[in-house]
Write a protein of this length. Sequence first.
Lengths: 159, 769
Amino acid sequence: MKEYLVKFFVNDEPIELRVPANRTLLSVLREDLALTGTKEGCGAGECGACTVIVDGKAVNACLILAPELDGMHIETVEGLAKGSQISPLQESFIEHMALQCGFCTPGMLMSAESLLRDNPHPTRDEIKKAMSGNLCRCTGYKKIVEAIEAVAEKGVYDK
Amino acid sequence: MRVVGTSVERLDAIKKVTGSAQFADDIQFSRPLFAQVKRSPYAHAKILKIDTSKAEQLYGVRCVITGEYYKKRAGLYLEDKNFLAVGTAKFKGEPVAAVAAESKEIAEEACKLIEVEYEELPAVFDSLDGMKPDAPLIHPDLHTYKVAPIFYPQKGTNISHHYVLRKGDAEKAFKEAYKTFDNSFYIPHVQHVPIEPHACTAQYMPDGELCIWAACQSPFAVRRALAETFDFPLNKIRVISKAVGGGFGCKAGTTLEGIVIPLAMLCPGRPVKLTYTREDEFQYAYVRQGLHIRIQTAVNKDGKIIGSKNVLAWDGGAYTEYGVNIVKAAGWGCVGPYDIENIATDSYCVYTNHPVGGPYRGFGMSEIHFAIEQNLDMVANEMGISPLDIRRINGIRPGGVSATGQVIDVAGYQECLEKAAALIEYDKPCEPSGNPRKVRGKGLAGGWKAPSMPTDAQSSVIIRMNEDGTFILLCSCHDMGQGSDTVMAQIAAETLTVDVSKITVRTGDTDHTPYEWQTVASRSTYCAGNATKLAAEDLRDKILEVAQIKMGTWKKDLYLEDGYVRRVFYPDIKVPISTFALGLMLPDQSGIAGPMIGVGSYTVPNNIAADIKTGLSPKPVAFWTMGVNGAEVEVDLDTGKVKVLKMVSVFDAGKVINPQMYEGQAEGAMVQAMGTALWEELKLKEGKVMNPSFVDYKIPTFDDMPELIVEVVENAEPTGPYGARGIGEIVMVPGAPAIANAVANATGVRFTRMPLMPDVVLAALKAKK
């Protein structure tokens, strides 16, 4: 398999890797970089568990091929907290008990983070639409919506 | 109470929002091998020959095994399962060989090189067909299998368990009835779909020790089953379960552990890893069993049900080692939370050449209540009684009697019913949709569930006090999202009168955390909760035992508060509990007692097996949890699409330990129930799973979320910790029939088969015209 040298950033840290043509960003994160916060729920872009932010957009890491990564900035769940200071969004998820098993949570957080950066005060329908690519089997979604609404209300993402 | 009944933050919350919670597939191993599985393309076939030589020669392959390598059967209640097929393959996709290799790609390539010759056999794809006398036999040696003494496999048939219930005189009731009814329903297979797929790694060390890291709800049950199958003494096999990304039952028994263990045993020192893909998860994880159910009902003039006859034919799939118990549980709960004097029920577990059935949230109750609760509405309509009234008339009350003859002393059903009816405004018509082609309706459904477990299922908990007055709580009930870690900490904190932050909970390691039968059955808050309370009380007593020396008064005049031991009559005289963490140092500097460790061992008291002939028992289960869901729906008459607008949930939890987590359980359950009611079905065509992806098997998304209202009734469980009883499963049970009842209310059309897909609804609406 042909390999490519790619230079990119993960949570602001520069990375340089040789990757085979068929490797996904998800495999790079989980296997090459041991950043296992990003989860694999389906490997087919259907569940959103592997959502990360690439150059400002929420995407499924399982659908990005690693050779495309050159020059890109990737943000994963591990980058949300600053040191041991968790972000207001993470805090809101905890406060609203917007997680149970926690497996979909990293993807949920990244989708919500991306939504709120683009749209600091989304309506409930906008939240549902932006988040509808992220599946959760535990919560029934209500508390996740409430967590996102609450952090938006605080004006944390106001530009 | 100080801590119990408050919404303390989940203990695992920060780990889970920062991505640092470690799930089975996240564990990093050095020099891992990767396993892959060769599967049968036939639903039922004799394995004539397996040639693994080409696979073995592939560069990077370390070992290849077939069913011949380890032929011993496994099973929780009935030992009928081989992890790799022996002799015949009994479902499409059954493992027939497995490979361990240096990479996933090599393992996959090697599987392709394994050559298998089969002779296809006639197959069974429906439980009713499987019960016929001339049906092909899937387990011809069934009568020789080892089985728990409460299950009754029928020799020379596909019936692995037949539960018989005979209470009162059903025949007589039907003769005397004012009216009788006869309704049949079908509930298809559904899949659990935790977002985390199954994952497992096994490592066998040269000294004979085996360690397994698995996404598993029940490390101890898994350890025992695997030890028996692979001939390990229990002190040489260790099962570790980390964070579990949702279970809903499918991670309760043994699954892929039995595939990786024999591979690991051939490659000492090398961790062998297997993680299911989503496609695997849909096809090869336990499925919720399909069910044909026929309910006959005898009613008197006032709408009181005087007799009920039920036949349940469960599609258990190729192996029913776990399924037999669901079939029994469904028999015990067979009429729902209704007090009926005369009952005759037959519940059959039937082998088919379908994927393996297993526990799913509700453990049979979701399936049977889809029928029971719709049947009630159908009877009510025929009798000219409102669905609410028929439930008022027949719903169980304190002192009522269950199907098995158990007197139900605490029964909040009627309160839940009234509350749910009020929340959904059942007496008022729906707000019009504003579009004559979109009609609305409301439905109610009740339900109950008991923990179906061995009559002597055990739990144990150890609480260690640290030198600074903090605590480590060790238990093996497993937090798979339901929040058991937090609940145990709250119960311990309440008893020890300390803040929850003082307690760290460690679980899921059979070498280091104490015995727990299983994390299933909605039993953890009750069983492990009782063990936690006992352990905390034991620790408290030990502290006070030593404190009486230090504090110069009798133990009975001392108590714990806020991390201090205080004197009853002089509460200002207080000594920090940390003083006693390692025992006590006397004035001469000698030490007495020693490190403080509280131990709690708990077995459900006085649970008695059911009689083989009548199925009756005065107390087969620890408790029944009951309650009611309401639903309001909108049906699009042009597309057949059902939209759930609102759902309400009211259950009698005994005592809610953590209100916010309770809400989370109830909300998630309603939405999961909605999925099964409207979309979810594992579509099987001659044994093949036709929809093994999220695109073809739709689960609810954000877009589908209805308005969700959760309220609770609290009639304390006398034997529960602080009055609590289990709730995690029952809160899903009446959701699907509540929706089906609402659809019938909106359209006048009754759906006796789930799911209510738009095409099905549309066809039925057209047929009605």
